[in-house]
Design a protein around this ligand. Structure first.
Ligand code: NAD
Length: 218
């Protein structure tokens, strides 16, 4: 079957649905309406119905969506129905924090190997993971079937690390360094840019301030 083309905006909303659906499932709630989802996630219910309609008719009018079925479907679409192994490079402040955050339990993404160029860190442990030297990256990626790389090194080193991941066969990278990385063809890079998020937040806060001023004046 030809893979379905889903817009990027929808793909980005699916994990948000999934997180809330997981909470409902843990609370033994079996059905949810697009209205409930919309209220909780601050999204338009019509948008939610449209997003979910991409994957077939799940919802029943007046009854809503079956929570566990929806979870299963979204997991399949996001390819989370099997555990995806992740490697992290750069075990400084941020890298250690990410390793200590156990995302595996909910999201089926698991950090299984960590690396650092600093020889003095090799062999130390973070959350049961032994820090490995960079020379072992390619071999470990192959042996552990690692699909995703996380980059938490200083900006000036990030491209170098990305290149090493790609040379080892990794097709998906999550970059936390504040730098735009060049992607080789067929490699997907997502950036988690903390500083850029803060800066754009400041802009929108000013915009709200202006709106409030206009409201007061009118
Ligand atoms: N996106 C965010 O939310 C966010 C927040 C804070 C920091 N950052 C960024 O994340 C990165 C890490 O920040 P930090 O505070 O953890 O830094 P840090 O200096 O504490 O840690 C960096 C680690 O990377 C290792 N390293 C350096 N070069 C390497 C290389 N070529 N190969 C392998 N390992 C290498 C260092 O030995 C060190 O352990 C920085 O780029 C920083 O700007 C992002």
């Amino acid at each position: 079957m030809k893979p379905m083309k889903i817009s990027e905006a929808v793909v980005r909303r699916l994990p948000i649905y999934l997180r809330y659906l997981n909470e409902l499932s843990l609370s033994h709630i079996q059905t949810v309406s697009s209205q409930d989802l919309g209220e909780k996630l601050d999204l338009n219910p019509a948008q939610i119905r449209k997003d979910l309609a991409y994957f077939g008719e799940f919802g029943r009018k007046g009854v809503g969506y079956n929570v566990d079925y929806l979870i299963e479907k979204i997991r399949q679409i996001l390819k989370l129905d099997k555990t995806m192994n992740v490697a992290l490079v750069g075990t400084g402040n941020l890298g250690r924090a990410l390793c200590n955050y156990n995302m595996y339990i909910k999201d089926n993404m698991k950090i299984v190997a960590v690396f650092d160029a600093d020889q003095s860190k090799a062999g130390s442990s973070i959350n049961h993971l032994k820090v490995q030297p960079m020379q072992e990256l390619a071999d470990t990626v192959r042996k552990l079937d690692i699909a995703v790389g996380i980059i938490t090194v200083p900006a000036g080193e990030a491209q170098n690390v990305a290149d090493q991941f790609v040379a080892a066969g990794i097709k998906g990278l999550l970059n936390f360094a504040p730098v735009v990385l060049k992607a080789a063809p067929g490699v997907r890079i997502h950036n988690a840019d903390f500083t850029a998020e803060l800066l754009s937040l400041a802009y929108y806060m000013d915009a709200h301030e202006d709106e409030r001023e206009r409201e007061v004046k009118s």
